[in-house]
Design a binder for this molecule. Structure first.
Ligand SMILES: Nc1ncnc2c1ncn2[C@@H]1O[C@H](COP(=O)(O)OP(=O)(O)OP(=O)(O)O)[C@@H](O)[C@H]1O
Length: 255
């Protein structure tokens, strides 16, 4: 696969297991440059394990993972690719003893060896990029609302100017307005920075408002990967239930 290719991630024949428990078997997944791809599926279907395997957090049993055209079993390629990836974990995982600015500075110190005035400037620029006021930079994570914490986590994930961003349940714990604002931030950042985004989500509003496609994890595989209108027509039982649940909730709200 060449890097000019439309595919930014290519997973082929992935099998993962813990002891006798097979989570994925011969799973294929392709992520296109510039898209926001959701990974959806039932609880325990293997969404997090899939993302962790792509991020190299553990060794899969078999299969190949290519990112930016590089095979991830090669350790030096993995290291080079890791620098081009940003990750926002589900609960933000901010360092509570550091200020917001110091949280955003941490990857810049560790990986870009920035110091002094430049370090501060780049961190403040990232904080502004995610729609936060400059005063927030001095605050501690415990002083922030859920939505603000998530924005700080995104600012930190974007610190090293990644091309590929992973988000784990980005809108969980936010109220509907906060979640919609956060979705729009992700869409805007994707379009303006030319990012590719892979996000695990259960949030139907996010799917409809910002995701270009969704990959459905079920039966140990990606059973479908398509746009939301296409998935709505699927005959797969889990996908049918998922979208039927949405229609039902919308109807209940309107009653
Ligand atoms: N480190 C581990 N050791 C053993 N089993 C694990 C480990 N990590 C995950 N699993 C198992 O792998 C399966 C898939 O887990 P995973 O966390 O990927 O599911 P998920 O689709 O992300 O679920 P949820 O939506 O509930 O977060 C589950 O049965 C889980 O118990």
């Amino acid at each position: 696969m060449s890097e000019e290719n439309d595919q930014i991630i290519s997973v082929q024949g992935l099998t993962t297991r813990f002891g006798d428990h097979v989570v994925h078997e011969d799973l294929d997944l392709e992520v296109r440059r510039g898209e926001i791809l959701a990974i959806i599926g039932g609880s325990g279907s293997g969404k997090s394990v899939l993302v962790n395997a792509i991020l190299g957090l553990f060794e899969p049993h078999s299969g190949t993972i290519e990112i930016f055209g590089k095979e991830m079993s090669n350790a030096s390629d993995r290291l080079a690719v890791d620098r081009r990836i940003g990750v926002m974990f589900q609960h933000g995982a901010l360092f509570s003893s550091l200020t917001v600015r110091q949280n955003v500075e941490a990857p810049l110190i560790e990986h870009a060896e920035l110091r002094g005035e430049w370090l501060k400037r780049v961190a403040l620029m990232k904080i502004g990029l995610v729609g936060l006021e400059a005063e927030v930079a001095r605050q501690q994570p415990t002083e922030l609302s859920g939505g603000m914490s998530k924005r700080v986590s995104v600012a930190r994930a974007l610190a090293l100017d990644p091309e590929l961003l992973f988000l784990d349940e980005p809108t969980s714990g936010l109220d509907p307005i906060g979640a919609a604002e956060f979705d729009q931030l992700i869409r805007t950042l994707t379009d303006t920075l030319g990012l590719t985004v892979v996000m695990i989500t259960h949030d139907l509003d996010s799917l409809y408002s910002i995701c270009d496609r969704a990959a459905v994890v079920a039966d140990r595989k990606i059973v479908e990967i398509a746009s939301i209108p296409e998935l709505e027509q699927s005959d797969h039982p889990w996908i049918k239930d998922f979208f039927a649940g949405r229609a039902k909730r919308a109807k209940e709200r309107n009653c």
